[in-house]
Design a binder for this molecule. Structure first.
Ligand code: NAD
Ligand code: ZN
Length: 390
């Protein structure tokens, strides 16, 4: 089959690789119909996540049709049309039983690597390095889905791929980011980053009762989408004005009730806070870089919440904890518990509260994927979300 393979930093290639096979009774093989490129894939593309191996298959946002099932999967059938959460969860451990699906204790066979590196381990992820289990990703014609009985989610009749594909990751991610803000009626939420995750955070903040959402980025097309399609009440171009000062002014000096960092470690003008050199096996700390997160913590109003869906890979230094402490901030973060949001967000789609396809700017064939990584990374050609059609 064809697959998008990682061959090193800034080097992904479409290659012919063996088809996946059922390995365990709870596996399924899915023939992929649509798969997307995520901001998280850029961390791999940039070489910031350690333990990618040459030839690894990329991609964690995918859907398609079940073509093969292990003997242990009783609740699904061949031919079912399904979306695949990017987090792999067993459904039986303490974390899964308490709906903390992205912290599954059983789905990462390489947990020891994460523990050695970071002192923690979390769930296995598709297409996301060997620290997260080394599972082949979904930017391919087929994928093996472990724990298919809890992981695969059947798509109701009458919905297109483009309407449901983002249930795999970015819609739940934006939603959980907003939910973590504990929004009260009348609240003002500020959101850094108008990429796909930021766009869904904006929409979700309104679904959860925010009165005002202020979106921050530097790309006019992304700010335009934030305003016109996601519905932000105001936008700030941080290259034109100081975002922190502007927010203060817009909120009568008080600051937003909650702030979302939908940027992560590749904040523009800053680089990653952490770099792992796979060759030298060395961890280097970058201590003085001004990340979006520092600005978020300083800008957030007293008693407010800082919610962080943006991915951070290692150490982060010189955080304004004095400001956070004195303002009594709450901080919430993490990989999304995708499984928990599938039912409620599918209902929002079916009710017509949201059509998630509004973020798609590029639909391409798998052969065009390497070029699309470059386009998406550099935000060229007004690119916001790329979907690969198979
Ligand atoms: P993206 O690269 O398309 O969007 C990031 C946006 O941030 C860009 O529009 C960029 O211009 C903007 N930005 C950069 N520096 C900024 C700054 N200093 N201030 C304000 N805006 C700034 O990526 P995306 O797909 O939207 O993903 C965003 C983040 O969410 C990434 O870090 C990604 O890894 C993460 N993510 C997390 C989860 C999760 O489970 N928590 C899931 C998916 C994605
Ligand atoms: Zn993603």
């Amino acid at each position: 089959m064809k697959a998008v393979c990682w061959r090193g930093a800034k080097d992904v290639r479409v290659e012919n690789v063996p088809d996946p096979k059922i390995l365990n009774p709870r596996d399924a093989i899915v023939k992929i119909t649509s798969t997307a490129i995520c901001g998280s894939d850029l961390h791999l593309y940039d070489g910031f996540i350690p333990s990618m191996m040459s030839g690894d298959i990329m991609g964690h946002e995918f859907m398609g049709e079940i073509v093969e099932l292990g003997s242990g999967v009783k609740n699904l059938s061949i031919g079912d049309r399904v979306v695949v959460p990017f987090t792999i969860s067993c459904g039986n451990c303490y974390s899964c039983k308490t709906a903390q699906w992205s912290l599954c204790d059983n789905s990462n066979p390489n947990a020891f690597m994460a523990e050695a590196l970071y002192g923690y381990s979390a769930a296995g992820l598709f297409g996301y390095s060997h620290i997260f289990g080394g599972y082949a990703g979904g930017q391919a014609e087929y994928a093996r889905v472990p724990f298919a009985d809890v992981g695969l989610y059947k798509v109701p009749e009458g919905l297109t791929d483009d309407q449901v594909l983002f249930l795999t990751d970015i819609f739940p991610t934006g939603y959980m980011a907003a939910e973590n803000c504990n929004i009260k009626p009348g609240d003002t939420v500020a959101i850094w980053g108008c990429g796909p995750v930021g766009q869904f955070a904006i929409r979700s903040a309104f679904l959860l009762g925010a009165e005002r959402v202020i979106a921050i980025d530097r790309f006019p097309d992304r700010l335009k989408m934030a305003k016109e399609q996601a519905g932000a009440t105001e936008v700030i171009n941080y290259e034109e004005v100081d975002a922190g000062e502007a927010l203060k002014e817009m909120t009568g000096g008080r600051g937003p009730d909650s702030c979302i960092d939908a940027v992560g470690m590749e904040a523009h003008g800053t680089g990653p806070d952490y770099l792992y050199d796979q060759v030298k096996q060395a961890v280097r700390l970058e201590t003085d870089r001004p990340t979006a997160l520092r600005q978020v913590m300083v800008a957030c109003g007293k008693g407010g919440t800082v919610s962080i869906p943006g991915v951070y890979g290692g150490f982060l230094d010189k955080m304004p904890f004095g400001a956070a402490f004195n303002k009594g901030l709450t901080m919430k973060m993490g990989q999304t518990h995708v499984h928990k949001y599938l039912d409620p967000l599918m209902r929002h789609i079916q009710n017509g509260d949201i059509d998630p396809s509004f973020v798609i700017t590029h639909r391409i064939s798998i052969d065009e994927a390497p070029q699309a990584y470059e386009t998406f990374k550099h935000k060229k050609d007004n690119c916001i979300k790329v979907v690969i059609k198979l």
